[in-house]
Design a protein around this ligand. Structure first.
Ligand SMILES: [Zn+2]
Length: 376
C-alpha cells in the first residue's frame, strides 16, 4: 500500500552507435559457486571455458559479486538493471531489458529451462511477457537434459543470421543435486545417493548439516557442474558459430557448502549469509572483432573485481546505446575502470522504511573447493 503502482516508463534512450551485427546474449546460470569452476580455482571443475572448443575469444572476469544471494532479486535486477543506489526504483518503474532490445531493433527471445507450460519465474508478469517475441520452455524434456536442450536451441539462434537478444535461464545446480547429471558424469566420489528425481528445485537433498554430509553434497554438486556447465558449453561450442555475438555468462548467486567446517543445512538465500553465497562466475564470450583489444584489457584489469551490477549496462552498450546515457541511469559497465565495492545485497526486498544491507566479500577469504573431498 505504501508503494508506487504507476505503469512502467517507456524507453526514452535512443541507440546512438552503429551496433555490431551479432546477437546479444545473457546466460544466467542457477546456483553456480564461482570458485568451483576450473577457470577460477586450481581445484575447480571442468567448465568448458578454460581451453574452450571454440574460436570465439573468452574473456574471464574471474570471481564477481552477485546482486544478492537469492534467485528472485538477482534475476529481477539482471532484467531491469539499476545501481546499488537506485535499483529499488528501476525494478519498480523502469523498462525491462526486452524493451530496450526492441527499441534497438532486436528480436527478443527467452529460453527458460526451469519452468514449463508458460509459467513465469522470478517475478515476470504479463506486461514483461508482452515484450518477448519468442518464448522457449522444454515441457517434454527431462530436467537432466534441459541445459543441453538449451545449448542446442541457443546455437540455432546464434546461427540463424537474425539479430536477437536472448536471455537464458538455465537449470544449473540448484538443490537437489543428487540426480542432475547422468551416470557418465558421476566422476566425483563419494556422492549423494541417487533418487531418480526429475525436478529443477526441491528441498530434497536430506542435508543433515554435518560435514560428512557436505562432502557427499559437494561431490554431487561437482558432477552436476561437469554436466550442466562443462557439458553445456561443450555442446554449445560444437554447434554454434559465435561470430560477432556478445555472450555474457554468469550465475544468479553463489553457494556456501560450509567449507570452513561450520554446521548448517542452507546453501544460499540465508538472512545472514556466508560470503560464498554472493560469489559468482563472470565471463564474456565473443564480442565484436573491433572490441577485442578492449575486452582483453578490461578482463585483465577487472579480474576478481566486479559485480553483476555491471551486466545490464554492458548489455545496453552492446545494443548500441551510448555510454553516457547508460551511466547516468544504470552505472558502469564491464569495460569501466571505476572500482566496484565488491558487495552483494543481503536485504534486497528493502521495504517499509528498511534499507539494503551490503555485504563485502574479502577476496582472500573465499573458500575454494577442498580436494580432500574426493576419493581417487
Ligand atoms: Zn538461484
Amino acid at each position: 500500500m505504501t508503494e508506487d503502482h504507476r505503469p512502467r516508463e517507456p524507453v526514452t534512450l535512443k541507440p546512438d552507435r552503429k551496433k555490431s551485427a551479432g546477437d546479444v546474449v545473457l546466460i544466467v546460470d542457477e546456483s553456480i559457486a564461482g570458485a568451483y569452476l576450473d577457470i577460477n580455482s586450481e581445484t575447480g571443475v571442468y567448465s568448458g571455458l578454460a581451453n574452450p572448443a571454440t574460436e570465439a575469444p573468452i574473456h574471464n572476469f574471474g570471481l564477481a559479486a552477485a546482486i544478492t544471494n537469492c534467485s528472485v532479486g538477482a534475476n529481477l535486477l539482471l532484467r531491469y538493471g539499476g545501481t546499488r543506489d537506485n535499483y529499488r526504483n528501476t525494478i519498480r518503474s523502469k523498462p525491462a531489458i526486452w524493451t530496450f532490445a526492441k527499441a534497438a531493433q532486436f528480436e527478443t527471445i527467452y529460453i527458460d529451462a526451469q519452468r514449463t507450460g508458460g509459467a513465469y519465474q522470478n517475478l515476470m508478469d504479463d506486461t514483461e511477457r508482452a515484450w518477448i517475441d519468442q518464448w522457449d520452455q522444454f515441457d517434454n524434456v527431462a530436467v537432466l537434459r534441459r541445459d543441453h536442450a538449451v545449448a542446442e536451441q541457443l546455437a540455432e539462434y546464434l546461427n540463424d543470421g537474425r539479430q536477437q537478444f536472448i536471455l537464458v535461464n538455465k537449470v544449473g545446480a540448484h538443490f537437489p543435486v543428487s540426480d542432475k547429471f547422468p551416470k557418465s558424469h558421476a566422476r566425483y566420489y563419494p556422492m549423494l545417493k541417487r533418487k531418480n528425481l526429475d525436478v529443477t528445485e526441491a528441498p530434497a537433498d536430506e542435508l543433515d548439516g554435518r560435514q560428512s554430509n557436505w562432502v557427499l553434497y559437494r561431490n554431487s554438486y561437482r558432477n552436476t557442474l561437469l554436466w550442466n556447465v562443462g557439458g553445456f558449453f561443450d555442446r554449445l561450442f560444437a554447434k554454434a558459430h559465435i561470430g560477432e555475438a556478445t555472450v555474457i555468462y554468469t550465475s544468479d548467486h553463489g553457494q556456501t557448502f560450509h567449507e570452513r567446517g561450520e554446521y548448517g543445512e542452507a546453501t544460499h538465500c540465508t538472512p545472514n549469509p556466508q560470503i560464498e553465497e554472493g560469489v559468482v562466475p563472470l565471463v564474456l564470450i565473443g564480442g565484436p572483432k573491433l572490441q577485442q583489444a578492449r575486452w582483453s584489457k578490461a578482463a585483465q584489469r577487472n579480474h576478481d573485481k566486479l559485480s553483476n551490477y555491471r551486466v545490464f549496462p554492458t548489455l545496453l552498450y552492446a545494443m548500441g546505446y551510448s555510454k553516457a546515457d547508460i551511466e547516468r541511469e544504470y552505472g558502469f559497465d564491464l569495460f569501466s575502470a571505476e572500482p566496484d565495492p565488491f558487495t552483494f545485497n543481503v536485504n534486497f526486498n528493502a521495504r517499509l522504511g528498511s534499507n539494503p544491507i551490503w555485504k563485502h566479500i574479502p577476496l582472500e577469504k573465499i573458500a575454494h573447493p577442498p580436494s580432500s573431498d574426493i576419493l581417487k
